[in-house]
Design a protein around this ligand. Structure first.
Ligand SMILES: Cc1cc2nc3c(=O)[nH]c(=O)nc-3n(C[C@H](O)[C@H](O)[C@H](O)COP(=O)(O)OP(=O)(O)OC[C@H]3O[C@@H](n4cnc5c(N)ncnc54)[C@H](O)[C@@H]3O)c2cc1C
Ligand SMILES: NC(=O)c1ccc[n+]([C@@H]2O[C@H](COP(=O)([O-])OP(=O)(O)OC[C@H]3O[C@@H](n4cnc5c(N)ncnc54)[C@H](O)[C@@H]3O)[C@@H](O)[C@H]2O)c1
Length: 483
């Protein structure tokens, strides 16, 4: 036993899920609907990071900024657009999307699918057992007949810089829930959180400085994505400083102006600093040591989401570090639920790629949209990743602005699309679209990649005229013509 609380109750279920973020909720729903009794444990809010401090609030902040950027490109509307956005209504709408940081609606949903909730901090206490320390300090022991699913997610990772704790920097939590627009916001990082939050807070009127350690933005995507985004962010007034590291942070007492000492010895003053420097697993206090696993590390799982070396423990969502995205974690939860239900019936799980209890898409077809201006939508492998994986591929590029739908969408439309074609198999390995309004194009590419649709058949998938999707035709023509 690792707990200090009072021993209270012991209950047995078929499945115990720890963490009621989007991924844990989906896992519980799947196993429950397969007829397995399932309980879920949550230490904060049912709905997890995504609902309260990540996807939902960030997209609620970004949507008006992107609508405003679109409006600026349309005569008749452009003249009426003012900057910055009116902060009060934007923040109020964001607050309503987080249900004012209350989880009553999601608890009702758990009730409706017949999954009991145990509030408290869950820890493994040996195989198939979870000890929950409740807010009252009692300990509830939950035993699983078939499986324990860990879905405890991730938290913001801060670099160990001198002064950082005292300076009370923003993490993604504060950046998505702040009630006031800072006058000057410094953002450290060049990943997705950094560029989305730069877009959001710039749109709300903050003077944003983006301190990027590397040479470009979004370095895991096709290079042109970060390049087009950097150009546009700069046009919107964001001060981007590539090749800039932070050596020290200072804000005595955690109040007033924050001062950053940069790698070249210069200083930058700001009202707030956001560290958007990646994520760490929430696994350090999860009892992993009681089943010979390493606390504090990402908890790897196989393609059925089961932890290697066990026949009962599953790791889904951010915690397994396969793809830190809500939709991909929910996909893993559906797959894990299918695998758990099959194994509970004594069935063998088919390990062939693309079979029902295998997360093959984690390797081949992970989609992601970055909600900036321009939007960035990518799925599958980049050219560099495909080549590194040993595929014989060709990249086909097209300016999106050349299609009628894009010209109608915005005056001076700027955007670019790339397909990665597997020359040996005749299907797509990857696709990237960058430009205003491209996010809804992505699912067509996801279907083409996950379905391994032959290029010859894609010619028969006719895009409507005049939509931005016509870029698909231009890309196919470019591939045919060898350009
Ligand atoms: C600013 C930001 C914006 C994002 N935007 C998007 C987006 O637009 N689209 C997208 O797909 N992804 C987005 N993401 C990523 C997305 O938020 C995560 O991939 C997603 O939340 C992972 O879900 P999860 O259920 O695995 O973990 P989480 O959402 O982190 O949920 C884990 C839950 O487990 C609970 N928990 C942890 N430890 C314990 C314990 N010991 N006992 C009981 N409960 C515990 C936590 O309290 C939490 O409720 C964004 C991330 C950030 C930071
Ligand atoms: N729209 C979306 O789908 C969306 C939005 C936000 C976040 N997310 C997910 O959340 C995850 C986390 O995002 P993130 O932006 O925090 O992480 P990230 O890993 O995408 O980017 C981290 C950035 O911080 C930089 N960095 C790391 N350590 C640093 C240091 N010590 N000093 C300076 N720079 C440093 C890295 O070089 C990188 O540019 C992403 O993997 C993403 O999948 C998704």
């Amino acid at each position: 036993m690792t707990d200090t609380g009072t021993e209270a109750e012991q209950q047995t279920y078929d499945v115990v899920v720890v963490g009621a973020g989007p991924v844990g909720e989906n896992a519980a729903d799947r196993t429950r609907s397969a007829g397995l009794s399932t309980v879920i444990v949550e230490s904060e809010l049912v709905g997890g990071e995504c609902s309260y401090w990540a996807c939902m609030p960030s997209k609620a902040l970004l949507r008006p900024v992107l609508a405003q950027a679109d409006a600026r490109r349309l005569p008749g509307l452009a003249q009426q657009v003012t900057w910055p956005l009116e902060a009060g209504p934007v923040l109020a709408r964001r607050d309503s999307f987080t249900s004012h940081w209350k989880d009553g609606g999601q608890v009702e949903w758990l009730d409706s699918v017949d999954v009991p909730l145990v509030r408290g901090h869950g820890r493994l206490d040996g195989p198939k057992t979870v000890a929950v320390t409740t807010p009252e300090g009692t300990v509830e022991r939950l035993t699983a007949r078939h499986a324990v699913v860990l879905a405890t997610g991730s938290r913001a990772k801060l670099p160990p810089l001198p002064g950082i704790d005292e300076a009370k920097p923003w993490t993604s939590r504060e950046a998505t829930s702040a009630q006031q627009v800072p006058g000057r916001l410094a953002i450290v990082g060049g990943g997705v959180v950094a560029v989305e939050m730069a877009t959001a807070w710039r749109g709300l009127g903050a003077h944003v400085t983006l301190l990027v350690r590397g040479e470009g933005l979004l370095d895991r995507l096709e290079p042109f994505a970060g390049e087009l985004l950097a150009k546009q962010l700069a046009e919107h007034g964001v001060d981007i400083r590539p090749g800039t590291s932070v050596a020290e942070v200072s804000r005595p007492g955690g109040t007033g102006t924050v001062s950053l000492t940069l790698g070249d010895g210069s200083t930058l003053e700001a009202d707030e600093v956001l560290f958007a420097t990646g994520r760490a697993p929430r696994s350090e206090d999860l009892g992993l040591e009681t089943v010979d696993l390493e606390p504090g590390a990402w908890l790897e799982s196989d393609d059925s989401c089961r932890v290697p070396g066990t026949d009962w423990l599953y790791s889904v969502g951010d915690l397994n570090h396969r793809a830190l995205l809500t939709h991909q974690g929910k996909y893993q939860a559906r797959v894990a639920g299918t695998a758990i239900a099959a194994r509970a019936k004594g069935e063998t799980v088919d390990t062939a790629p693309w079979s029902p209890a295998q997360t093959t898409a984690d390797h081949a077809a992970v989609p992601q949209v970055v909600f900036t201006d321009p939007e960035i939508a990518a799925v599958g492998l980049t050219l560099a990743e495909a080549e590194a994986a040993g595929h014989r591929v060709r990249a086909v590029d097209q300016e999106i602005g050349s299609v009628a739908g894009a010209a109608l969408y915005a005056d001076g439309y700027t955007g670019r699309a790339r397909l990665i074609v597997d020359e040996d198999h005749g299907f797509l390995r990857g696709a990237t679209f960058v430009g205003p309004g491209v996010s809804e194009l992505l699912h067509s590419a996801t279907i083409a990649i996950a379905g391994e649709v032959p290029l010859a058949r894609l010619w028969h998938a006719v895009p409507s005229y005049p939509t931005i999707s016509e870029v698909w035709l231009r890309l196919l023509e470019a591939y045919r013509d060898g350009s």
